[in-house]
Design a protein around this ligand. Structure first.
Ligand code: ADP
Ligand code: TRP
Length: 331
């Protein structure tokens, strides 16, 4: 069976854009492939330098995926930091990653560009963690022989770099030591709009968290920006982010019925928002309950991640042993 692998960076709390854009599609893939999903906690260290914040984000993401339905018996679910073989492989790969390749990484280039525009030294405030980010990510992937790596479009370059490093290493030893992974870009997944109509993103501060209380959820929905059309005016459902969000949570007949009410007029934005709240709260309530249960029992969460790490290390140690002997480090 083919292997699907992806990592999630524990920065910030999960929102419904992450739910529909990443979590749900990954859980679907896990039904078809052998899945390995992990929390890229050392990748997060580049940005999150506050210990309790990082700890909270790691637990929050882990609890979030489990609450959304990830079955740790079926998916190997672990923390990157619990698999030290990752860091050994990153060291090996560094010897096969040209600096020029890393210079061209979008995230690094953008940071340099921002510095230059500000009149600063190009490398001001840039740490080596950001620069070598693609090497660590390549190690995450190549360690587990992943065939497919589901990612957002912004991550495709990183997968290409992982391919590049794996090919250089294979070429050098004239052996297929590392499997060449492919990116699986979720182009068909719709962009979930945020409260202001732009893409929902934590960097825009326009998110609806997956696990807010019912009351907080209602309050957020009431803040969704609308146009000034009055109650009686017919409305175009396809023009409204309230309806775009509604569609994600409602079944087909419900969607059609509500679209007809938009078009007929007589329904104000307040009522449209109430309808949205109703379907959203109905889908999210059971997830929220499971999430709260995991968060109040961190030992249970940690035990699940430890068990996942054990399975992951079993695979990882084989890859690294094999490589050590192929490259001449094992005597
Ligand atoms: P953010 O933009 O909030 O920082 P991330 O970059 O951490 O989100 O995204 C994590 C995953 O969730 C990625 O796979 C990304 O494609 C997906 N995702 C994030 N926001 C959305 C959205 N508004 N619609 C669809 N998918 C999203
Ligand atoms: N860089 C990815 C992101 O920011 C997270 C990540 C780390 C990852 N290692 C990975 C994704 C390996 C896929 C495979 O979203």
């Amino acid at each position: 069976m083919k292997i699907v692998l992806t990592g999630v960076k524990p920065t910030g709390i999960l929102h419904i854009g992450n739910y529909f854009g990443a979590i749900k599609p990954a859980l679907l893939l896990a039904e078809e492939y052998e899945a390995r999903y992990f929390i890229a906690d050392y990748h997060a260290l580049n940005v999150v330098k506050n210990a309790s914040e990082l700890r909270g984000a790691i637990r929050g993401i882990a609890a979030g995926w489990l609450a959304a339905g990830l079955d740790p018996e079926k998916v190997i679910f672990y923390r990157q930091s619990s698999v030290p073989e990752t860091f050994e492989l990153a060291t090996i790969l560094a010897a096969f990653a040209s600096k020029g390749l890393l210079n061209r990484a979008h995230a690094y280039k953008a940071a340099v560009q921002r510095n230059i525009e500000r009149g600063d030294d190009g490398d001001a405030g840039i740490n080596m963690g950001l620069f070598t980010y693609p090497v660590l990510m390549a190690a995450d992937i190549l360690l587990f022989g992943a065939d497919l790596v589901p990612v957002g479009r912004d991550q495709v370059q990183h997968i290409e770099m992982a391919q590049d490093m794996a090919k250089s290493l294979n070429f050098n030893y004239k052996k297929d030591l590392l499997k060449i992974p492919e990116a699986l870009v979720r182009d068909e997944v719709a962009v979930v709009p945020g409260l202001d109509g732009r893409k929902m993103s934590k960097s825009y501060g326009n998110t609806i968290p997956m696990f807010s209380s019912s009351a907080a959820l209602r309050k957020l929905i009431m803040r969704i920006v609308t146009n000034s059309q009055g109650v009686d005016e017919p409305k175009n459902p396809d023009d409204s982010q309230i309806f775009t969000l509604y569609k994600l949570f409602a079944a087909e007949p419900e969607r059609e019925a509500l679209a007809a009410r938009y078009r007929a007029g007589g329904m104000g934005w307040g009522e449209a928002k109430e309808e949205l709240f109703r379907v959203m709260d109905a889908e999210l309530a059971p997830l929220r309950e499971r999430y709260d249960a995991f968060m109040s029992e961190p030992e249970r969460l940690d035990a699940i991640l430890r068990a996942g790490a054990e399975k992951a290390r079993h695979i990882a140690s084989r890859t690294v042993e094999h490589l050590r002997s192929a490259i001449g480090i094992a005597l």
